[in-house]
Each structure stands twice: as C-alpha cells, then as structure tokens.
Ligand binder design. Structure first.
Ligand code: E4P
Length: 218
C-alpha cells in the first residue's frame, strides 16, 4: 500500500521523504489555509519535493470552473492530480480533464455508490473519507471494504482507492488488510506508525547490555 501525507506542511513532507516512506501528497483548502502561506509558494515547494502524485483541489461548483482551475493547477507540475468533489458537475469535469490527460482525484466520497460513479466517470483516484464517517457515528472502514469488493467484482484497476480522513494508525493497518491502494494520513498518524513500547524497551535493554560486552568496537 502506498503512503501519502495529507498535509500542506512542507517540513512534514521533508521528514517523511527522509524516512523513505512517502509515495505522494494530498492537500485541501483547509490544509493549505492552516499553513498561513501563499498557495502558489506552498504548491510549488511541495511539487519540487515530491516525485509521486500531489493532489491540489479545485473550489468551483460548476464543471466549467473546475476544468479551468484544474488546467491551471496541472500546469504547475507533471505530477499534479486535480481534486474534484463528488457532484454531477464534478463528474463532468473529471471526464473532460481525464480526456486531456490530466489525472483527477474524486474527493468528499462517503458511499460505495459515489466511488463507483467516480470510477465510471474515469477518475484516476477516489478518496473515501473514513474519519468523517466515524465522527458521524458510522463505520468508515465498511465503505472501504465495499468499494474494494465492487472494484474487484468489475476488475476496476484504473481508479485507485485513496483511504482518506484517517485518524489513527489502526485505520492505516485496516486499509492495508483490505488491500486499498493508498492511504493518505496526517503527519501525526504517520509518526505513530513507527512506535511500539516493546521496541523502545528492547532498544534500552540492548544498549545497556552492550555496555557489558568486552572489546566493543563502538
Ligand atoms: C483527503 O484528501 C482529505 O484531504 C482529508 O483526508 C480530509 O481529512 P479530514 O477529515 O481529517 O479533514
């Protein structure tokens, strides 16, 4: 499973790249606003750092506006993926952008039906938001299982599933068990994936015991 960071924070991206585990980035207007930095500056820096797909979001409500914004965003780099909301107008825009070779990521997906529509419209990626479903007393991961099952049933391989709105490490593990293509996660969740108390305890013990070894080269 590929790991994407869901962030507009360049420092977080640099750190994940140093770890060698970053396959791509997703952003949204909220994440960019949180940085307090000019959009173009942030987008260009992210695109310079990351080789994999970088999702940048449109904000128009009509297809014409989405296509216009999508084309503008696509000019910023070869790895730009245009994020389009799951609406009828959005699906019109997806078809147009994809037919012109611009990859799209259908966002704000909350049901298997919406994911199937995104695939039929030709989106390269679909982003079901599991955390927001959990927050609404629903089972977010259930729709990932259902979308995966539907895509497998019809051999849909041109649309990759990005598990989004991830809240904790078990979301990542469950997404991998289901076989989702990608999980996009906040930096805090990515950091937590590394940790286990037994690892820390084991390191301390080995360092302590190493002190007892005669003739240590280091
Ligand atoms: C996905 O692409 C979105 O940016 C994101 O996962 C939304 O997550 P949130 O529910 O934490 O805002």
């Amino acid at each position: 499973m590929q790991f994407f960071l869901d962030t507009g924070n360049v420092e977080e991206i640099k750190q994940a790249l140093e770890w060698g585990i970053l396959d791509g980035v997703t952003t949204n207007p909220t994440l960019i606003a949180k940085t307090g930095r000019p959009f173009m500056e942030v987008a260009k820096e992210i695109l310079q750092l990351v080789d994999g797909p970088v999702s940048l979001e449109t904000v128009s409500k009509d297809a014409e506006g989405m296509v216009k914004e999508g084309k503008f965003l696509a000019e910023l780099g070869d790895n730009v993926v245009v994020k389009i909301p799951m609406t009828p107008e959005g699906m019109k825009a997806v078809q147009i952008l994809e037919s012109e070779g611009i990859p799209t990521n259908v966002t704000l997906v909350f049901s298997p039906a919406q994911a199937l529509i995104a695939a039929k419209a030709g989106a390269s990626f679909v982003s079901p938001f599991i955390g927001r479903l959990d927050d609404a007393s629903s089972d977010g991961m259930k729709i990932i299982r259902e979308i995966k099952q539907i895509f497998d049933n019809y051999d849909i391989t041109d649309t990759q599933i990005i598990v989004a709105s991830v809240r904790h490490p078990m979301h990542v593990v469950e997404a991998a068990l289901i076989g989702a293509d990608i999980c996009t996660m906040p930096f805090e969740v990515m950091k937590k994936l590394f940790y286990h108390p037994l690892t820390d305890k084991g390191i301390e013990l080995f360092i302590k015991d190493w002190e007892k070894v005669p003739g240590r080269p280091f």
